[in-house]
Design a protein around this ligand. Structure first.
Ligand SMILES: CC(C)(COP(=O)(O)OP(=O)(O)OC[C@H]1O[C@@H](n2cnc3c(N)ncnc32)[C@H](O)[C@@H]1OP(=O)(O)O)[C@@H](O)C(=O)NCCC(=O)NCCS
Length: 156
């Protein structure tokens, strides 16, 4: 499979749509994890995104892309440059209904090309241990674990 997907710079409308959903999801995750109360969650999540992306999709050192395939948007990926030579994938999604068709793998390969063009020597990312599809994908593409957090539930 080649040229399955293209990455396009997010425009401001796409960014606002992405941001609204991302804030809601991020806030809900923190409420679920017991970190934040329902009342404060949206404000706290909004603050964190504003800190990371003060100029929205045009924030220097951050590249936010929509992923396109077959003339439609199938996902998004956000690469940030943390230092001159190290990148970090802050977010990556293939939207439901479009998963499992190879778009994610292609997008990850494409982001390497972007990273190299920016002069990056490495790209890091975070993945939850329970996210087997993503974890397997990253392993297959050559990502290695650099730091592992382990937990045992004592309540069962
Ligand atoms: C993780 C994610 C980005 C992968 O994108 P995708 O387009 O669905 O993945 P692909 O179709 O490119 O498949 C990648 C590999 O995973 C495998 N795979 C995909 N979906 C799978 C599933 N439901 N079960 C098992 N394997 C699966 C594919 O077979 C493929 O392996 P292969 O190269 O050996 O054939 C996408 O599923 C997603 O957005 N998930 C929700 C958000 C998320 O978890 N983001 C990542 C945060 S770290």
């Amino acid at each position: 499979m080649k040229d399955l997907i293209t990455l396009k710079n997010m425009d401001s409308t796409e960014y606002q749509r992405y941001l609204n959903n991302a804030i809601k999801n991020y806030a809900a995750e923190h409420v679920k994890a017991g970190n934040w109360s329902e009342e404060e969650a949206i404000d706290k999540a909004t603050n964190e995104y504003n800190k990371l992306l003060p100029e929205g999709e045009k924030t220097p050192n951050h590249k936010l892309f929509t992923i396109h395939a077959e003339d439609k948007e199938v996902g998004m990926i956000w690469l940030g440059v943390r230092s001159e030579e190290k990148g970090f994938i802050y977010d990556f999604n293939i939207w439901e209904g479009n998963q499992g068709r190879g778009y994610g793998k292609q997008a990850m390969k494409e982001i390497e090309v972007v990273g190299k063009s920016l002069g990056l020597k490495s790209i890091r990312l975070h993945v939850f241990g329970h996210n087997e599809v993503a974890w397997n994908l990253y392993k297959k593409l050559g990502y290695i674990e650099t730091d592992i957090v382990m937990e045992k539930n004592l309540e069962v």
